[in-house]
Design a protein around this ligand. Structure first.
Ligand code: CDV
Length: 311
């Protein structure tokens, strides 16, 4: 029997700073209903999907910062999302800011969860690659203070047996790093779910701005192909609080080909029936890690004693 997961990549348009959680959850539920009509099994929401992308502001009042975090999942405002998904028998993954306690101290993570069709959280990932900076940098048109507001992951990259396959998660900046896909690829990942918030403008490197959509596609397609897995990349897009964000939501096959994509920058669902058995064609040939991967040789040149640096 073919293992096909029909996935809905649930792109969100902008979320205003003043938008309530209830209002955002209504939009997520609208996505679930549309996904059900389209025959989906699993819906993927973006990074920090419940609020505006708050790391763009420098804040010093901890209570204000914490107002963007969830203390429980589901909580009173997110319970309706879980209820609706269970009613529709849909799984989902959701990105949010998580406030928890570790060793008697608050800990804050940029988190993504995987929820099964029964509304149970079966996987949790906390972001490894936190981009941006820690201190206020007023020269920027907007801030990117993930290093200030979040702790670095204590989960690492993991995979879960779910939806008849092997699924992994990562978040936004993680998608630019080959290690992200490879660590999950080495665990047999057949589908990687990821959400992102990516401004078009990159303050430290504005000359990259016109390549932002290209780089988004480049890294996700490479990650899929080089690990023989599906990649589902989902944007929070559009002009959010005067910061234009890329769209480019897409579902990529193990061949590296994009098979479904959004067209605009608003709330929009891209759907594809993803055959997990298609992974084997890559995992057992070109990217058969057991046969062709040569990690024992990768350090040879740098480890050679007295080696001259390359000209
Ligand atoms: N939310 C992110 O991780 N965004 C980064 C920005 C800083 C470019 C990204 O890699 O898309």
């Amino acid at each position: 029997m073919a293992r096909v997961i029909t996935v809905g990549a649930a792109q969100l348009g902008p979320i205003a700073r003043s938008d309530s959680r209830a209002r955002v959850v209504e939009r997520l539920i609208a996505h679930l209903r549309e996904a059900k009509r389209m025959g989906c099994d699993l819906v993927v929401f973006p990074e920090l999907a419940l609020t505006t992308f708050f790391p763009r502001w420098y804040m010093t009042d901890q209570a204000e910062i914490d107002s963007f975090f969830e203390r429980e999942m589901p909580g009173p405002e997110t319970q309706p999302l879980f209820d609706e998904a269970r009613l529709l028998r849909l799984g989902f993954s959701l990105g949010y800011a998580e406030l928890t306690e570790q060793d008697g101290r608050p800990a804050r993570f940029n988190t993504s969860i995987l929820v099964d069709r029964d509304g149970r959280i079966i996987g949790k990932y906390r972001k490894v690659h936190l981009p941006g900076h820690r201190e206020h940098e007023p020269w920027r048109r907007f801030q990117h203070l993930e290093k200030r507001y979040f702790d670095v992951s204590d989960t690492g990259f993991r995979v879960w047996r779910a939806f008849d396959g092997i699924l992994g998660m990562c978040i936004c900046n993680d998608r630019r790093w080959p290690e992200t896909y490879r660590v999950m690829g080495l665990q047999g990942a057949e589908m990687i779910l990821l959400g992102y918030n990516t401004p078009v403008h990159n303050p430290p490197a504005p000359d990259h701005d016109n390549l932002s959509l290209f780089h988004n596609q480049l890294v996700m397609q490479a990650g899929a192909y080089q690990n023989g897995c599906w990649v589902v990349g989902v944007a929070k897009a559009g002009d959010e609080e005067n910061v234009p964000m890329i769209g480019g939501t897409q579902i990529i096959a193990p061949s590296g080909m994009t098979v479904a994509a959004t067209r605009g920058d608003g709330d929009e669902l891209a759907v594809a029936a993803c055959d997990l058995d298609a992974c084997a064609s890559y995992k057992t040939t070109t990217f058969n890690f057991a046969v062709h991967r040569m990690p024992q040789h990768y350090g040879l040149i740098t480890e050679r004693k007295g080696a001259e640096p390359p000209p």
